[in-house]
Write a protein that binds this ligand. Structure first.
Ligand code: GRF
Length: 200
């Protein structure tokens, strides 16, 4: 089973790193074919290379963006595409080419606090403004709309009285790394049969 990880314009890459580590350690019964980044200079690119992963830099501003993505996914024989940190929608051609085979992670408990423009600290500020006592993260299937696909896995954490968007973001991010790896394990177990999810 081969996966690809696609990072966004900020490309911090911490979810990517968690997934790459899980592939290397054997916790995930998967190998990473390629990390796709929008620019050469995002931090995720150097982290991926240091970890021995293949990197493809494909700019969303390219005129044949969708084709370029589809080409690399086909070339690398990718079974599952994992998005981490994209702020724009994936081209519909890609979504349609891989039904049920694209996952994303969102740093809140969808369907709360999702949708266009809801990324980064804005999400955590919205959680604080709403007075939620619990937050967390969601791994969901990717569709043609923002944050609307079926939910595969959620994990929760408390919102503390004195939280700022930053402190809440840090707590949720730690949870994301665990949640994304578990969700991928679940996806593999579902797709390839029982017996592969022993450590769930
Ligand atoms: C994460 O908070 C994720 O939930 C969201 O974008 C952020 C990416 O962070 N979709 P990182 O690049 O994986 O550190």
């Amino acid at each position: 089973m081969r996966l690809a990880i696609m990072v966004g314009a900020k490309g911090r890459g911490s979810n990517m790193q968690a997934i790459l580590r899980a592939c290397k350690s054997g916790r995930l019964d998967a190998e990473c074919g390629v990390v796709i980044a929008p620019r050469e200079d995002v931090p995720a690119v150097s982290i991926a290379r240091e970890m021995g992963a293949e990197v493809a830099v494909i700019s969303p501003d390219e005129s044949h963006y969708a084709e370029a993505l589809l080409d690399i996914l086909e070339l690398e024989r990718v079974d599952l595409l994992c998005l981490a940190g994209l702020t724009r929608l994936l081209p519909v051609e890609v979504v349609r080419a891989m039904p049920g085979r694209i996952l994303n992670i969102h740093p809140a408990l969808l369907p709360r606090h999702g949708g266009k423009g809801m990324y980064g600290l804005r999400v955590h500020q919205a959680v604080l403004d709403a007075g939620d006592k619990v937050s967390g993260c969601t791994v969901h299937y990717v569709t043609e709309e923002y944050d609307e696909g079926d939910i595969l896995l959620q994990m929760t954490c408390p919102v503390e009285e004195d939280d700022t968007a930053e402190t809440l973001a840090a707590r949720v991010l730690e949870l994301e790394h665990e949640c994304y790896v578990k969700a991928i394990q679940m996806w593999i177990a579902h797709r390839y049969g029982i017996g592969r999810n022993a450590s769930l």
